[in-house]
Design a binder for this molecule. Sequence first.
Ligand code: HEM
Length: 164
Amino acid sequence: MIRCNRSLLAAAVLTLLCLPGMSQIARAQDDASQVQPTLYQRLGGLMPISVVVSDFIDALVPDPMLNANPAIDEARQQVPAAYLKYHVTALVCQVTAGPCQYHGRTMKESHSHLQITDSEWQRMVVIFTETLARHQVPERETAELLEIIESTRADIVMPMESGG
Ligand code: HEM
């Protein structure tokens, strides 16, 4: 009888001691579930990002429609694909809120001499979208990546000649 009462008392004391701690843990778990994962995290981090970028560059570099532009074709022969893969991976990692830092040139500096047209841009978007689909990147992440790519368009595509 006495032993039973003691253990009941101990259980009551333990509950009182633990309750505040438990509610803190529950609150921390609630906070954690409210923090939205970054695009970088949702893509699975650097490993899948680097694989997708590598595949994208492998499809982009030999593309006959893009290489019909002599400036693109010449740059393709001068600039190693491995170098482009490194820089584009770092850039995608950075802009999706990953831990990398892009140290390459600006989009304007690295593309202005290529005289990229609107239809060449469209071709690149098709290759990019096909690459994401091959890797089963979900719809939401695909849309966010396309939006990021779109935000660089004005710096990459040459300005239209004003007619007159
Ligand atoms: C039609 C579209 C595009 C084509 C044909 C293209 C092609 C190229 C080529 C040929 C180079 C090497 C230029 C040189 O060093 O002479 C280059 C560099 C690069 N491109 Fe693109 N590109 C396109 C769009 C993009 C987009 C959308 C991104 C990223 C959002 C991008 C990221 C880069 C980066 C990071 C570099 C390297 C910069 C550096 O050398 O520091 N490119 N691109």
